[in-house]
Design a protein around this ligand. Structure first.
Ligand code: BTN
Length: 267
């Protein structure tokens, strides 16, 4: 039984048509984990899973995502692509733009994008994205887009080791933000994105490049145990990041960790 601000307000914001494919939970381990189960059970394209809190919110690179109740948006969106295309790698970047659109619509301020998938305000992470490619039981492919947004938490609500990295929209803007309104807008933006993906991405690339705060910065590229200093030159058409190392060689990076010097405590 779900009883929280989502169940009260989302139907009015989204209408019955959309609500029929939205699954609300109070507390679960991970919306991405539930999405995988639903995918295997045949959930259709556009299925949305939202939780008030998660006990095992998962992040990139095997990290966890802090997901306390009444405070953030923890949402997964299922895409069932027609075919396995190269564009699958672009979903994370498109989602960053869609989420930034939603935050701007509801909060009046647009976050920056730290390559590849963090939304940031004043150099603090307010949103993370974890996209996972899954094989359903019938061998069809699904993409699970997991989005976590810190909406109303106070800075002191974050554990000390996270305070230099993460914050919330309310803490960074000083504005009161409705979690339900933002979740509704996010779902609308994801539906719009799904309508364009994978072929019609010019606008997403344009906005991504405009908002990517990694560009033109000194960065540290981590690959396994190795860390190398570099300079972020450009976002390529496939959303890979072109960097120049100190020995003047260049590389296009598609996966992994690129830390921006001066952000998240990296010096
Ligand atoms: C990251 O910053 O590394 C990605 C964080 C993604 C967190 C979201 S919350 C909803 C969805 N369910 C999960 O378990 N993770 C994603």
């Amino acid at each position: 039984m779900v009883s929280n601000d989502y169940s009260d307000a989302l139907p009015a914001l989204l209408g019955d048509g959309r609500m029929s494919r939205i699954h609300l939970f109070d507390c679960i381990d991970s919306t991405n984990r539930i999405a995988k189960d639903m995918l295997s059970d045949g959930a259709p394209d556009g299925t949305v899973i939202i939780a008030d809190s998660q006990t095992n919110g998962r992040g990139r690179l095997s990290r966890s995502f802090l997901s306390p109740a009444d405070s953030g948006i923890y949402l997964s969106y299922i895409i069932r692509p027609d075919s396995m295309t190269d564009s699958i790698s672009s979903v994370t970047a498109w989602t960053a733009v869609a989420a930034a659109n939603a935050v701007e619509s509801v909060c009046g301020l647009r976050p920056g994008i730290k390559w590849v998938n963090d939304l940031v305000m004043n150099n603090k992470k307010i949103c993370g994205i974890l996209c996972e490619l899954c094989l359903a039981a019938d061998k069809s492919i699904g993409i699970i887009i997991g989005i976590g947004i810190n909406v109303t938490a106070k800075d002191e609500d974050f554990p000390p080791e996270l305070r230099r990295i993460a914050s919330s929209i309310s803490a960074q803007t000083g504005r009161s933000v409705s979690r339900t309104e933002l979740a509704a807008q996010l779902i609308k933006e994801l539906d719009i994105m799904r309508g364009h993906w994978p072929d019609n991405g010019r606008k997403y690339l344009e906005l991504y490049r405009r908002d990517c705060i990694t560009l033109g910065k000194d960065v540290i590229v981590t690959s396994g145990e190795n860390q190398k200093k570099a300079f972020a030159l450009a976002v390529n058409d496939d959303f890979s990041l072109s960097v120049r190392f100190e020995d003047m060689t260049t590389q296009d990076i598609s996966f992994g960790e690129v830390s921006v010097r001066g952000m998240y405590g990296y010096s």
